[in-house]
Design a protein around this ligand. Sequence first.
Ligand code: NAD
Ligand code: IPM
Ligand code: MN
Length: 360
Amino acid sequence: MNLNLCVLEGDGIGPEIVKEAVRVLRAVCGARGVGLSLDYALLGGAAIDRTGVPLPDETVEKCRAAQAVLLGAVGGPKWDSLPSGLRPEKGLLGIRSALGLYANLRPATIFPALRAASPLRDEIVGAGVDIMVVRELTGDVYFGEHSRFERDGVLHGRDIMGYSVPEIERIARVAFGLARRRDRRVTSVDKANVLETSRVWRETVTRVAEEFPDVALTHLYVDNAAMQLVRDPAQFDVLVTGNLFGDILSDEASMISGSIGMLASASLGDGPFGLYEPIHGSAPDIAGQGKANPLATILSAAMMLRYTFDLPELAGAVEQAVSDALGTARTPDIRGDGLPVWTTEQMGGFVAQRAAELLA
Ligand code: NAD
Ligand code: IPM
Ligand code: MN
């Protein structure tokens, strides 16, 4: 067996964290005699600097030729004043859309070793938190028309929010399908008390739920959902929502785990192909200092092994190695509890070696 990956390092801490995830992939593949072919391509600011655009055609072609994509993060102050269509973030949205990756799975769990590192009290997270945020990724206000115009001498900005029924149906089916393999509960999050988009969302999710009579569906408004996530995160199993609300709620959910540097994601379409990336950004404030936590990217690589390549044993070894690492040391983003503080490379090196040992 050979895994064909396209690797997009991106900007800021992107190259540092991707390097460690690749190291871990090499270690587990090596331990099991699985081949690994990597094709690097440009995305975001790195692509703008080299080619003038955030998503070169060659990058789309290389991604399409691969079985899965591993991505760091894009963006940074250097490119913030570029026109909207030429910003690094536009490249990220473009590659998700070009590859048809409408379902973004963002698991928010807490490793037992990090219970004391969560800002939430032990009574709240102690019994365990295991939320799967299912974020719609190729629609919503992100992909509506963006414009600015002047009326009566006053500048306006406008972004159109909208969802079609088929777009909602397919993401709802992903959420209900996942719930069947978990605790059979789906919470759909919207703003149906205000937004027409959300009313269509709620009606459609309710209708799709009839195909899944064994799964319990509840609806929450997004403001209440944001509050419930910190009040009692253990109440959630699968949480399905649109692109914008999912972006915000998944960063919020990440803190339950102790750090945004822990949260992985998989972006999927209709087949096994997927793009795997941490939920955090390029962290320009710590780039190049060896301080970045590579675990979100390493855990994204584990999701790749599980979802695209159906290699649960390799994925499990990576996850166990991460768990062991957190009992041994921490990167500076996580409350340390007196444990040694490691650099990005030390953390990646430990996980790679430990995962390989677990498979030996
Ligand atoms: P960010 O996620 O990059 O950083 C927020 C804070 O979390 C910073 O203090 C950062 O140091 C810290 N942080 C993030 N990841 C970390 C890690 N792995 N280890 C340790 N600390 C970490 O968000 P931001 O500052 O709002 O955005 C910075 C840039 O990243 C912007 O250009 C933004 O558009 C971009 N961005 C990209 C992605 C992506 O590529 N998927 C996601 C979010 C933001
Ligand atoms: C994420 C990021 C992106 C998003 C930005 C950088 C376009 O915040 O992946 O969560 O909003 O999807
Ligand atoms: Mn985000």
